[in-house]
Design a protein. Structure first.
Length: 277
C-alpha cells in the first residue's frame, strides 16, 4: 500500500494557510542560494511555490558560487542584524559548492527553521515530517521495533531521538551497516523501517515479512537521471506493507514542515499545535 503523502502535506498546508489568513501578518522566510546548481534550483522552485500557496513571504538571495564560507556567514549575519524584526526564518539551500562545508554555516538559532544546527529550537523538517506520516495514517509507534538506516545529523539521529520519545525500540545503522540491517530483518524483529542512506536497492523485500511500515527518505539517481529511493521497485508491490512513494513522498512532507517551522517562529508553537497535533 502506497502512503498518500501528497494529501497529508496538502492538509498541513491548508491549515497553515488558514492560520496566516486569520492573523493577517505574513511570516517572512529568507532563502540563500549559492551558485546555480540545477538540484538547488528545483528545490527552491518548490519552496517558493509552497510559500506563495500558504501566504508566506519568501525572499530569495542568490549568491556567487565563488563566495567563501566567511563571506556567506557574514552576509547571513549582516542581513539578520539589519532585518531581524521582519525575519522569521533563514535557510541555506543544499547542495552547496564543495569548498563550503554545511557544518560551518552560521544561522542564528532564533531563525534556524531547518533545524540545521544542533542548538536550534526547531525540530529538523524531514524527521518531523516522518513522524507526522505515522500520526496521519493512524499508526501507533508505542513499543514498536524500528530500524533506522542512516545516521546523519539532520535526519537519522534526530529521528532516533523522536522515536525513543514515542517509546520505540530503535536499531540505528549507518549507510555501511548492511550486516546489522540484514541481521535484524533475518531475526524477524522489525516492525518499521525508515531508510535515509541514499543508496538504490538498500531495502529489498528480503526479510520484510513482519514489517508493517517502510518510510523511504533516500534520494539517488541512476545513469539516466531517473530518481530512485532506497527501496527496490518490488518493495512497492508488497501489499502487506505501507510504504512512502519515491517521488511525492517524504520530500513533500519536508517542505510542509518547513512552512510549519516558519509559522512557529512567527506565531509560537502553541498556536500551531492544531497543524501537527
Amino acid at each position: 500500500m502506497i502512503i498518500d503523502c501528497k494529501s497529508i502535506a496538502q492538509d498541513i498546508k491548508n491549515k497553515i494557510k488558514n492560520i496566516i489568513a486569520e492573523d493577517g501578518y505574513a511570516p517572512v522566510l529568507y532563502i540563500y542560494q549559492v551558485g546555480d546548481n540545477p538540484a538547488s534550483n528545483a528545490y527552491i522552485r518548490g519552496k517558493l511555490r509552497d510559500c506563495e500557496e500558504v501566504g508566506i513571504e519568501a525572499k530569495l538571495i542568490k549568491l556567487s558560487e565563488n563566495i567563501t564560507e566567511d563571506e556567506l556567514n557574514n552576509k547571513i549575519l549582516e542581513d539578520y542584524n539589519y532585518n531581524w524584526e521582519d525575519m522569521d526564518g533563514i535557510i541555506v539551500q543544499l547542495p552547496l559548492p564543495k569548498h563550503i562545508n554545511p557544518k560551518n554555516i552560521c544561522i542564528p538559532d532564533a531563525v534556524d527553521v531547518d533545524g540545521f544546527n544542533t542548538t536550534s529550537p526547531f525540530q529538523p523538517c524531514t524527521p518531523l515530517g516522518v513522524m507526522k506520516i505515522f500520526d496521519s495514517i493512524g499508526y501507533n509507534l508505542d513499543g514498536k521495533n524500528v530500524l533506522v538506516c542512516g545516521q546523519s545529523d539532520i535526519v537519522g539521529r534526530p529521528l532516533v531521538d523522536m522515536l525513543i520519545k514515542r517509546h520505540c525500540n530503535v536499531i540505528s545503522v549507518n549507510s555501511s551497516g548492511s550486516f546489522m540491517k540484514c541481521t535484524a530483518l533475518a531475526m524477524d524483529m522489525v516492525d518499521v523501517i525508515i531508510s535515509a542512506v541514499g543508496k538504490r536497492n538498500f531495502i529489498t523485500p528480503l526479510g520484510l515479512g513482519r514489517v508493517e511500515v517502510c518510510i523511504d527518505v533516500g534520494i539517488n539517481y541512476d545513469e539516466n537521471g531517473k530518481q530512485h529511493g532506497d527501496c527496490s521497485d518490488n518493495v512497492y508491490e508488497m501489499e502487506n506493507i505501507k510504504v512512502t512513494p519515491r517521488i511525492g513522498g517524504v520530500g513533500l512532507m519536508t517542505r510542509a514542515m518547513l512552512l510549519y517551522n516558519v509559522c512557529v517562529a512567527k506565531y509560537g508553537e502553541h498556536k500551531m499545535e492544531e497543524v501537527i497535533g
